[in-house]
Write a new protein. Sequence first.
Lengths: 265, 428
Amino acid sequence: MSRIAFVLAFHAYALGAIAYLALLSSGREGLVWTARVLTGAGWVLHGLGLAVLLSPQGFRPHGVAQSLSVIAFLLVGLLLAVELRTHAPVLGAFVAPAAVAVWLPALWAGPADQALAGPARAPILVFHIAVALAGLAVFAVATGVAVAFLLLERQVKGKRFGVLFERLPSLELLDGLNQRLVIGGFVALTLTLVTGLWIAARSDTARSLQAVEITTAVAWLVFAALLQARLLAGWRGRRVAWLTMAGFGLLVLSFVGTYGPGGVR
Amino acid sequence: MSVALVCLGISHKTAPLPVRERLALSEERQTALLQRVGAGRAEALLVSTCNRVELYRTGAAGDLESELRTEVLALGGEEALAHAYLHRGEAALHHLFRVAASLDSMVVGEPQILGQLKDAFQLAQRVGAARGELARVCGAAFAAAKRVRTETEVGRAATSMASAAVQLASKIFGGLGGKTVLLVGAGEMSELAGRHLLSAGAGRLLVTNRTEERAVELARALGGEAVPFPSLERALQPADVVVCTTASPTPILTRELVAGTLRARRHRPLFLVDLAVPRDVEPEVNTLDNVYAYDIDDIQKVVAENAALRADAAARAEALVAEDVARFLRERAVREGVPVLAQLRARAEAIRKAELERALANLPTPLTEGQAQVVAAMTSAIVNKVLHQPTVKLRTVAPGAEAHPLADAVAELFGLDPSARPTGSGES
């Protein structure tokens, strides 16, 4: 049943992403609701599918396919919340295609159906994974917003007034949105690291730090430096957008290290 | 019957500001004027904005034009009348539609005029000066304006340099609400820019000028604060938008000077609009992070792009307006045919009834009720068949017709008065 819901949701996301991209290129107001309805319907179906799939697993996604599916779900949920709050539906053109791209390999990978051992269903581990995936989704949206900022800033600086200049919201709105998302993502990332360290400390087997943990810690440092520069020194704009993208790149590396070939999980 | 609408007015295109000011009336005087001009069977509408004063009048009675001329003469004197324009009939209708669609505005596509026109109409309705025909005309004009706004890009275009600057500022800040504007220079261009930015919502205005008295004077006129010219660097710290219009032969805002303020500004975006020739802002300033410097050529590029967009949009908007005027006239023409038809049928019905009664009374032997009904039905059928073709013709108007082609002829032929309400059994 969840498989059917996922396939339907994926198609709704893909059509929604096309509608968002068409909105960006044409500016037709009618596409706003088309994109929202398609993406929203896909999100509801996706949520139902995940509930059916994850409830027997204690809501802990297992394997790369399920994790990617959860990230895509969180990404789309966040996108809908952000675009409704900021009244900037065109941001969907930067996030919805990313959600489709994230989920596509998961659909191909098929369901992960290994039985989970007792410790794997421990609440702290479920929380650790949930907050890690949520953080990744928040930073993905922040990166989409940073890309939109850089593209618009390039046009404003270069005095070239193309489609993006016409359609995107103001630089100040994009920059402020990036700040709020980075703060949210940073909180999630901090919780991920703290719970990860706590789980590692309680583990019976002693082991040294792995590349994944080091990469995540470096990403945390990048975002910590970014927030400090932003909040204390007033940094904003282009430099902050680049740092957001760099930090997110490190988190993607960490995710690949965790779930990719030869990953720790 | 053509449209009995007359428009007498002055606008930014025909009259200078002092003349327009003379015709600016308080609401009480507007009310009194509307009650006077829109009395009896006439209807009236007064459009009074800072760019135009127009008096519209409709109705069949009286000399519309000369009465309007008398009113304008009384209000603004000979000079106002000399700057006035007069539109009659369809031209007046077309003018009203263009005004509503913001095609006759100083800034083509500006949105305020439709609201002002609606206010004017509401006032006319409140005082009883706009009732039937004028309400239909205004309703159609508002619908045409809405169509122009939704179906063309005309409303999106900024036209002047100041509005181009506002457009760019909205791309950086999202809006000027609460933003601080610094005017460097206190000339006419600075004043115009200041007024425009304030009307676009800027929160605080600072003015600086080498001659401090002029800065103080302009600041007072615009409700801002004067800043001594040597404190320019300090004045840059709270500023979000800076408009430079001085006659300085060398740049006033150098890269070094602006870069020195960035830390104190906590890297808030700074939008520099340099309308001076030679330039007041060093071009290298634009390379600084979060600083967006536009010189007069850059701004003119935006104006030119807007103008190109506007010309295209305005042409389409003009076509839409012409289409809507034609539709309104066609519908009106159909409405013109209806009262004539109603009267014609009422007249025929009255004749039928009278002749039937006389014929029945003249019969030597009275008919039974059933026989009388058969004869009555036969007379009704004759009347209906005779009037079938005129009915069809009076309910149809050819595309492009400005008035009903047959309404006047039928009225003349049968001695009907189309402006009078039909009596008797009326239209079937």
